[in-house]
Design a protein around this ligand. Sequence first.
Ligand SMILES: Nc1nc2c(ncn2[C@@H]2O[C@H](COP(=O)(O)OP(=O)(O)O)[C@@H](O)[C@H]2O)c(=O)[nH]1
Ligand SMILES: [Mg+2]
Length: 307
Amino acid sequence: MILDWLKNRKDKNENAPTLFDANATLRVIGDRASGKTAYMASLAYWPNADSNSPVQDISPVNDDAQELINQARNILEQGLELPPTDLNASAEDVKDYLLSIAVKNQMSLTSAKAALFPKILKLTIGCKDYAGEFFADLVHKSKDAKLQSYLEDCREATGLMFLVDGTAPRKDMDYARGLDKFLGALDAVDGGGKMKRIALVVTKCEIEQLWVNRHDPRKIAEARFPQTCHKLAGWGSLGSGTVEYFTTSAFGVLGREFPQPNSKKLTRDRQGTTSVIKDPKRWRPFGLVAPIYWLCTGDRYRELERG
Ligand SMILES: Nc1nc2c(ncn2[C@@H]2O[C@H](COP(=O)(O)OP(=O)(O)O)[C@@H](O)[C@H]2O)c(=O)[nH]1
Ligand SMILES: [Mg+2]
């Protein structure tokens, strides 16, 4: 009875508390160098875990994800840069990282909901390392077979993490144009995809100008990526699903009182920044699980946005 009631509410109003969707299929997408691999690697490795964090455990589900942990250990932890994806990789060589995350549930849920929720939620997230220039290809090579199979994979998703490099506001127009094609492609089949939620995730937020506003992700997103946000809002207003905004850093900061970025800049241009970790011993990422939790449950979890 109550299950039906909750399910009905879920169908009618996305903003009302929703049931945890154990079958959520999440995908991470983003432009080249937006930080996808660093995000997945830091998540998989989960360095210097805080014992008070609601995150109980993160484990690799497949061999590619295990390899990612090794890369985090052997490359990131040495203060080196992860290798970029081989643009000529064949479709079979595309890496597919799959991780499972166990999170303690929120205590503040309404009692009806708490009774239905398990105490520990198991969330699964996947990221396929698309071997191409995702947004440029969407605009210019829409018939490409590799791109089509990638889109097919995204179409299966119920939730999507869309990573944007916080240091690349000049790419706003490119992102918006690509997103337009992307959302169009998702909707083109069967009168609409399964997509229910899209999280716009601003990466590299340990950098000072971003860090100070990290608790207002929407403000950062709208100031730096107005066209992109406009496109997403348009998608949301069509009733296709909901959009939320998040800030993350794969590397995090050093110190509490006067935090400094725990990253060393290698290059910075219109395309964004490339960096490595400054002090691997004190490496603690920021905000990685918060968007995943929201994508699976429809609720924000403030505890996961602390830092
Ligand atoms: N400063 C900073 N740099 C990052 C962060 N995440 C990724 N990067 C850097 O951004 C560049 C591209 O990251 P990568 O994960 O390879 O991007 P991908 O092409 O989307 O997989 C690399 O130089 C990373 O070290 C972050 O949180 N902070
Ligand atoms: Mg990559």
